[in-house]
Design a protein around this ligand. Structure first.
Ligand SMILES: [Ca+2]
Ligand SMILES: [Ca+2]
Ligand SMILES: [Ca+2]
Length: 282
């Protein structure tokens, strides 16, 4: 640009002394060339700056894209790892599910087998119960036959028959132990009341009397004279009241016989009437 400027200046100086007709034309050409050269350098510098700026921007964008690419690659790898893990877990769950289904099928079959066995056993038990009921009915018939075939053996001695047993009601009064001894001497024992029907039968004697129930061995644990524990009881309200103050009440009596719940515990040394029961032999 400087050389061209100097050339223009020389031309301008030389031409000033040249032919007058060419003077203005040459001047115009020179000015045009100088302007063209000067104007071209400026645009080039501007384009260079713009190109530099564009290059800088493109470099920055390239870095950002590289960073984004790196991040996306990392995320893709993580997603790939997650996908692999999830696939493995899905396969494991699928295997577990298959195993559970197989186990469930086996349990279902086992339940069906057990249900069938239960039904078979219930059928056998039902059959056995029917057979036992049959035997009991036969036994009861035998007992009744024994009594009916020879009733005088007991009735002459004041015994009463009820449901396979005969009962003796005393006319004397003794302690609970003495009463029991009397029953034993009669090949019997104090009465054991094992049903509501038997309770009503004994109540109808209309007497206060010892029955074969005691907690002499263990306080509060009532047992019949044959050693069986008390299951169905007919105690009066608030009875048994065990021992109050110094009173020890270990023997049971039929007390208020006009009530269905008519038993009381009393001191065994008290003297009362009593009832013996003898289960008839087959
Ligand atoms: Ca009985
Ligand atoms: Ca007691
Ligand atoms: Ca009492």
């Amino acid at each position: 640009a400087v050389v061209l400027g100097l050339l223009c200046l020389l031309l301008l100086t030389g031409l000033m002394t040249s032919v007058c007709l060419c003077e203005y034309f040459c001047l115009f050409i020179c000015l045009f060339m100088c302007q063209t050269v000067t104007k071209g350098n400026s645009e080039w510098e501007t384009e260079m700056v713009q190109l530099q700026t564009s290059y800088t921007n493109l470099t920055r964008e390239s870095d950002q894209l590289q960073t984004s690419y790196t991040n996306l690659t990392r995320e893709r790898d993580q997603l790939q790892t997650s996908y692999t893990n999830l696939t493995r877990e899905r396969d494991q769950l699928q295997t577990s599910n298959t195993n559970l289904i197989n186990a469930l099928d086996m349990l279902q079959k086992r339940v069906e087998e057990l249900a069938k066995k239960r039904n078979d056993l219930q059928g056998k038990i039902r059959g056995n119960c029917l057979f036992l009921n049959f035997i009991v009915r036969i036994n009861n018939l035998n007992l009744t036959y024994c009594y009916l075939s020879n009733p005088n053996q007991y009735t002459k001695q004041g015994w009463l028959y009820f449901s396979g047993s005969v009962y003796y009601i005393s006319s004397l009064k003794k302690s609970w132990l003495e009463s029991r001894e009397d029953c034993v001497q009669r090949s019997a024992d104090l009465v054991i009341i094992s049903s509501e029907e038997e309770q009503n039968f004994v109540r109808n004697f209309l007497k206060h009397m010892w029955i074969g129930l005691t907690d002499r061995e263990t306080e509060g644990r009532w047992k019949w004279v044959d050693g069986t524990p008390l299951t169905k009881s007919f105690w009066m309200p608030l009875e048994p009241n065990r021992h109050q103050l110094l009173r020890d009440e270990d023997c049971a009596e039929m007390s208020n016989y006009y009530l269905e719940n008519s038993w009381n515990d009393d001191q065994c040394e008290h003297k009362k009437m009593w009832t013996c029961e003898k289960i008839l032999p087959l």
